[in-house]
Write a protein that binds this ligand. Structure first.
Ligand code: RTP
Length: 147
């Protein structure tokens, strides 16, 4: 079953949006497989965002991510990578749709509350980076069409 890495960024934690964000993924029907509150250091944040290291906003982005605790999560379910990105909403604030997490709670691209993997392959890498200890092995005992 497909998995994605979702991170509630420091602004999301400090604004008290953790419960709201987890609720959106739970109510959609996805399964929570990993969850921890963690403050990461600069080398770790630089590794997570290595693909963006040439961007002019890279240093500011790293400062933002290390500024306080984040909630790192693994969610599982059918098409969870793509659907997770839809639940999160667009990166560009001008394209933000109401009803998405960023559309409802974010204004600024540099304080956009949440991260979600953009592809199955990046999800695999990000889960390995953030959860080197591994994640929970459990299956819902509900009917199989309830993910
Ligand atoms: P994320 O990786 O956090 O889920 O975001 P994303 O795929 O929607 O966007 P991406 O292009 O990967 O950018 C990663 C994060 O960098 C910050 N950013 N700042 N122009 C700017 O100042 C700028 N552009 C991007 C955002 O926090 C974005 O989520």
């Amino acid at each position: 079953m497909e998995q994605t890495f979702i991170m509630i960024k420091p602004d999301g934690v400090q604004r008290g949006l953790v419960g709201e964000i987890i609720g959106r993924f739970e109510k959609k029907g996805f399964t929570l497989k990993g969850l921890k509150l963690i403050t990461v250091d600069r080398p770790f944040a630089e590794k997570h965002y290595a693909d963006l290291s040439a961007k002019p906003f890279f240093n500011g982005l790293v400062e933002y991510i290390i500024s306080g605790p984040v909630v790192a999560m693994v969610w599982e379910g059918k098409n969870v990578v793509t659907t997770g990105r839809k639940i999160i909403g667009a990166t560009n604030p001008a394209e933000l749709a109401p009803g998405t997490i960023r559309g409802d709670y974010a204004i600024d691209i540099g304080r956009n509350v949440i991260h979600g993997s953009d592809a199955v392959e990046s999800a695999r890498k990000e889960i390995a980076l953030w959860f080197p200890e591994g994640i929970a092995e459990w299956k819902s005992s509900l009917h199989p069409w309830i993910y």
